[in-house]
Write a protein that binds this ligand. Sequence first.
Ligand SMILES: *[C@@H]1O[C@H](CO)[C@@H](O)[C@H](O)[C@H]1NC(C)=O
Length: 237
Amino acid sequence: MKTLVCVWMMICLCCCAEAAASDLLRDSAVSWLGALPCGSWDCECAFSKLQGCCCVSSALDDLEQATFIRMMGLWDGLMRLNTQVQDITAGCKIAFTAAMLPMSGCFGPFTSNMSISYQSVSLNQGNGYNPALGVFTAPHAGLYSFSFTVYSKPGSSGERLYQKLQLVKDGTVLASSWEDNREDSEDSSSQTLLLQLRRGCQVYMELLSGRQICGDTQGLNTFSGFLIYPSSDELGN
Ligand SMILES: *[C@@H]1O[C@H](CO)[C@@H](O)[C@H](O)[C@H]1NC(C)=O
């Protein structure tokens, strides 16, 4: 029992001595004011004149090299992304709005469906709209919004309102607005629709054969459209 206590006390003393020694080392390291003796424990230091860092200089060098390579990689990726964004968004400011020229008489009736050339163009960004033909040709694939307003005023009440217009995409009728009555002396209607278009798709308005638009003295018959967001041609349906 006595031996055990003695051994225990000795261990305790040793510990105290070890702690005192490490405290001493730390204190002298912290209070060191002179130059670090770098030269003597330089491990292949390329910057042997620099003091205090010689032993890590090769590791720092490696880190610098690795950081540089990663930054070059990031830069490269950024440039590629930038090019992709530019490819997608180039020429994507597409919007037009046009109205029929004011008229006191009537447009129509004709013996066949007649495309309407809205000739008074107030906006044509991206030049997709051709006022001579009244045809919009999509300069870029994407989702588009189109609107049209039909207005007709045959004249005195009792005269027949007899209009029918249709929005056509590449020969296919997608929307229509019509009127056939003798109760109203004037009437109008509007429609908006969203279309997924490929580049080169054509959208235009037609007046149906036998129908007519009359008395629009203020250019109230309008046709407009704009690109909501672009898509790649492969995605366009
Ligand atoms: C005119 O449009 C109507 C309605 O969409 C259609 O039924 C008719 O076939 C068209 N006429 C011609 C000549 O394309």
